[in-house]
Write a protein that binds this ligand. Structure first.
Ligand SMILES: C[S@@+](CC[C@H](N)C(=O)[O-])C[C@H]1O[C@@H](n2cnc3c(N)ncnc32)[C@H](O)[C@@H]1O
Length: 271
């Protein structure tokens, strides 16, 4: 098992852990809404709100076939499938996440529009031009070979198709405080700066048509989450289901990393 996969893989049965946490809170998983799953399956800063921005930026419709690189538990794929009625294929390095993503799609009734497979974003099995659009959310932080990743994204996209990258980037404020949700130490963390990211996307053959730095909104998102938790406690299930008890420290570090400008969240809309 690679270090990245072992970072994300829990010690038990993730589907059972999510189901039990929801059931104990009185939530029936059959027919559960994507909104109710968002605290555990939209595994990135600014959660579902960021995914809705991406859905808009992808310029897709109900006939589109979309690729999600590093799809995690499948929250972003399901949100797209639900709001746009498109087909989404997600690939992810972590087998447990792919299995869980498929089950959560069954619970939400979106299994016919979302498909998940184990795969490496730097070596895709899909033929050239297989997808109308592609997205990747908070994944490249784990990937040293970003050139390979973006070349592959470009290869499997139809000409003119959009590619949206929403990632955590290195800020000017200094080295990241670990642990963070994507890595417990620097060995599996590969952040680049905004300038380097622009260059990487350009070199892979993309034209960046929009670039949005949402770091201030990301700080607000953490503050709003902390305020909600102080008032009404945590939601029934959170990222702690797979990150374990370290999650609280990871969240505190993310706030410090954002406040000290050690990390930034940036979205690139490419064609
Ligand atoms: C922070 S999670 C984000 C998951 C999802 N994109 C989301 O926003 O909910 C990062 C994901 O990237 C995946 N990942 C890391 N390296 C990868 C690679 N080389 N190929 C595919 N997936 C990868 C991990 O397994 C993990 O599921």
């Amino acid at each position: 098992m690679s270090d990245v996969v072992s970072h994300y893989s829990g010690s038990g049965d993730l589907v059972a852990a999510i189901r039990d946490a929801l059931t104990n809170a009185g939530v029936d998983v059959d027919g559960i809404s994507t909104l109710a799953l968002a605290p555990v399956d939209e595994f990135h800063i600014r959660g579902r709100a960021a995914t809705l921005e991406i859905a808009e930026a992808l310029a897709i419709n109900d006939e589109s076939i979309v690729l999600d690189l590093g799809s995690g538990l499948g929250g972003p794929a399901r949100t797209l499938a639900e709001v746009i009625s498109c087909q989404v294929t997600g690939i992810d390095l972590t087998p447990e996440f792919c299995e869980t993503a498929a089950r959560l799609s069954e619970w939400t009734g979106l299994a016919d529009r979302t498909h998940f497979a184990v795969g490496d974003a730097t070596a895709l099995v899909f033929p050239d031009g297989a997808f109308d659009a592609a997205m990747t959310i908070h994944v490249a932080m784990n990937i040293a070979d970003k050139t390979g990743m973006y070349r592959e994204a470009r290869r499997v996209l139809k000409p003119g198709g959009r590619f949206v990258v929403y990632d955590v980037l290195q800020g000017p404020g200094g080295d990241v405080h670990f642990p963070v949700p994507w890595a417990r130490d620097p060995s599996t963390s590969h952040l680049v700066t905004t300038e380097q990211m622009r260059e990487l996307l350009h070199d892979a053959g993309f034209t960046v048509i929009a670039e949005t730095d949402s770091s201030a909104e990301s700080r607000d998102w953490f503050a709003a989450m902390a305020a909600r938790m102080a008032e009404s406690g945590p939601p029934p299930v959170t990222f702690a289901a797979f990150l374990g008890s370290d999650f609280a420290e990871m969240a505190r570090n993310q706030v410090a990393n954002l406040t000290e400008d050690r990390i930034r969240t940036v979205m690139f809309v490419c064609r």
